[in-house]
Write a protein that binds this ligand. Sequence first.
Ligand SMILES: [Zn+2]
Length: 232
Amino acid sequence: MLVTAEKIKEQVLKTGEMLIRGGLVTGTSGNISARVPGERLFVITPSGIPYDQMKINDLVLVDDSGNTVDGERRPTTEWRMHLAIYGVRADVEAVVHTHSVFASALAVAGKTLPPILEDMAQLVGGEVPLAGYARAGTAKLAAAAAETLGRSNAVLLANHGLAGVGRDVDEAYQVCLVVEKAARVYAWASLLGNVKPIAPEDVKVLRDGFVNDYGQPGGDSLSLFEFDRRGG
Ligand SMILES: [Zn+2]
């Protein structure tokens, strides 16, 4: 168990660096968690420590009630939202929460994000819903986020930001990245005129193809960055 938790911690730390580099968070905002496979335990980022200063030992291991099992730091104040999502989605292995600008703009405007781009349709599987406003860190926000997420892989949080989920930390990160890009495109497209979402039947084919056929046999798949560079 310990070896696995250590490996998950490395992935979480690396993803924190990528959040900063990708411009999805600033300073100490946003947070990351991942399930320890086969355990009712979760690695979660600490409260108030900048990603570029975060060390493995700063990460916290919590149980499914939010009690600290291992670690010196206090977990992120938004731990309830992470655990609420795991509570309703057994298929989710990781949660990444960001305050990225364009996703936040939609969440302030009270809008959902329709499936407007193919990479978004593949990773999210449809519209990104919007959870109603509740203050950060509260049980009310946790419940709203988990309930509104439903079967989607991302949920906008009113006047706050975005949460993305995935089958591992990297996928949850990629979901946040692609939703932020789509939110940016959506804002620009709205200024230009009519926004035309991808038809539901095409979204389904794109999503099914991604889940079932994408990548290399044996799980040695290209990262989406690679995917983008090679032109899809
Ligand atoms: Zn937040």
